[in-house]
Ligand binder design. Sequence first.
Ligand code: ADP
Length: 260
Amino acid sequence: LEVTISPFLDEKGHLNGVVAVLHDITQIRKLERMRTEFVDNVSHELKTPVTAIKGFTETLLDGAMDERETCREFIGIIDQETGRLSRLIQDLLDLSRIEHKRVNTRLKIVDLLAIVRSTASKLQGHAENSDIELSLDLQEKTMPVKADSDMLEQVLFNLIENAIKYTPAQGRITIEVDETEKNYTVWVRDTGIGIPPEDRNRVFERFYRVDKARSRDMGGTGLGLSIVKHLIDFHGGTVGVESTLGQGSNFYFTLPKANN
Ligand code: ADP
């Protein structure tokens, strides 16, 4: 709490009283702290691959280049780290685009099920390549929501892509949509590795990963779910996950029904 006190004088300049103004600055402080944390996080995430790229390049230039096998291995790592860097930059650009859009977008009435179908079909090939069955269990009707269709597509894309990433071959992914009086709930269920109970609330935080090494190998940046949460918050919905370790995860998000 910040207090500003100003004297209240009469025409002759005599003190007549004081005016005290109380400002609640906790919100401002909180935002400032979030920004600083974000910049720290991003810098750290960018530095890791750059350090690796620089390290391996220097070792190559110092002579390791003469050995063909070492050369191949190091360039492989450099290629991987460059890919990671570029995905990270892409995710950051997405985040900034979303921020920009959030201010400038007018939400429209769109059909949730149509967006679910079209996004799932875009990832069908990817699922097949990983030997995973991706199926939809949807009703034949329209489900109107007030939304930005690109943003919803991004939400579904991130959830389905994760389900594919964290599900071993021969697994299954099912997408369902439930409804209550006021909301629709979209479920993306997988038969993958699952999430330990202590991590379930944290996976929606920026850069949070249950298993850093695994996420790295899968090309993860730790930003996907934070983008999902951000977008769903913006639409007035909620996100969550239920999971059994070793058996699978059920990610869900809700959206308010559009009142036509
Ligand atoms: P990443 O780029 O690492 O996948 P996300 O923000 O998309 O980042 O997800 C954060 C973490 O949540 C992941 O690193 C992973 O540990 C966990 N996770 C996300 N989706 C799933 C899933 N379907 N099954 C198991 N773990 C998951």
